[in-house]
Design a protein around this ligand. Structure first.
Ligand code: TXA
Ligand code: MG
Length: 328
């Protein structure tokens, strides 16, 4: 498997691999995605195989712009408004798939809806335009593991299982996109399925729209969005949340300028208490602390505002006891 610096030649090569049915890890502004041709059933099946992902979990389809998105799904007015405000960017919209969209059935796991995202990362944009096909891309990690924010993270999980990694350095948002669906009433109310890189506050400020929370967030067996499965981003170590005093021998996932007394491995997500910086560092920090081999990681409290909502969501999942493998 090649890891190539994402220059023009590498992007063209990656685009060929995608068109030929192969798998490429591509950088996006949120996390690295495991990309395949979303119109090719066998290519999409290879994603599930490489990740060890259950078939019922549908994938996000990536396109370069709104026009390409409109070929695949039916937009309501609210969806248009959100797309205009936040694309390209870390927002995913779940919309009814068009009958003639040509997408693989596997990519939407048999659902009548499709999750669409226009990523803002210049490499992802260039790759999507060069490939000229809609690209399915879940996070490029083994299913149930921590999402990758560097090419090394991808290689650690998927070496030998995929054809190429396009390397553009670390992802700057660091948590996955916000997933929004729409309630089946005439007002097309947006419903938050997964908090992420675009915060509810961003959405309200830009559009005046208030996101509704889905009703069955705790139902693991029939999730509205399978990404709501409780345990999803698991390190090997036990993770304790909202800790003010770490125990002896625990690794510390710190946040902010004031630290409790502690000796042992420590990573501060943001010494100046900046949530954007903390989100960008989150997954790498969890991987790094996990590699120290401590049996437990103590995470300090992180405010549940702005990007802190997505950070707390990922930490809660990482702390949840592991569910059976066939649900990951
Ligand atoms: O930032 C991101 O979104 C990254 C990058 C690579 O774009 N991708 C990502 O994909 O996180 P993935 O597959 O790990 O997460 C996709 C989420 C899951 O929670 C999935 O259940 C939800 O989107 N989803 C996909 N299709 C859906 C659908 N038709 N209805 C409801 N939820 C859907
Ligand atoms: Mg994922």
């Amino acid at each position: 498997m090649e890891i190539l610096n994402a220059d023009q030649a590498a992007i063209e090569k990656a685009a060929r691999i995608l068109r030929d049915g192969g798998l490429v890890a591509m950088p996006t502004e949120t996390v690295y995605g495991l990309a395949a041709n979303a119109q090719n059933e066998r290519s999409v099946a290879r994603i599930f195989e490489a990740k060890g992902r259950p078939r019922f979990n549908p994938l996000i389809v990536h396109i370069p712009d709104v026009a390409a998105a409109e070929q695949l799904a039916v937009f309501n007015d609210t969806a248009h408004q959100l797309a205009e405000s936040f694309w390209p960017g870390p927002l995913t919209l779940v919309l009814p798939r068009k009958a003639d969209c040509g997408l693989s059935e596997l990519v939407t796991a048999g659902l009548s809806t499709v999750a669409l995202r226009v990523p803002g990362h210049p490499t992802a944009q260039a790759l999507l335009r060069a490939a000229g096909i809609p690209v399915a891309a879940p996070s490029a990690n083994k299913s149930g593991h921590i999402s990758p924010t560097t090419s090394t993270h991808v290689a650690d999980d998927l070496d030998g299982r995929i054809d190429m990694i396009l390397d553009s350095g670390p992802c700057n948002v660091g948590v996955e996109s916000t997933v929004v669906t729409f309630a089946n009433d005439e007002k097309n109310t947006p419903v938050l399925l997964r908090p992420g890189g675009v915060t509810p506050h961003h959405i309200q400020t830009a559009t005046g729209l208030q996101l509704r929370r889905p009703k069955n967030t705790t139902n693991d067996t029939a999730p509205t969005s399978p990404g709501q499965l409780t345990s999803h981003y698991a390190p090997n170590a036990r993770l304790r949340l909202n800790v003010s005093q770490p125990e002896p021998g625990e690794a510390l996932l710190a946040f902010g300028p004031e630290l409790p007394p502690h000796c042992g491995p420590m990573i501060n997500l943001s010494a100046r208490g900046d949530l954007q910086e903390a989100a960008a560092n989150l997954f790498a920090a969890l991987r790094d602390l996990d590699q120290h081999g401590c049996s437990s990681i103590a995470a300090m409290k992180i405010p549940k505002i702005g990007l802190g909502i997505a950070i707390n969501d990922r930490l809660l999942r990482a702390a949840a006891p592991n569910i059976s493998d066939d649900q990951k």
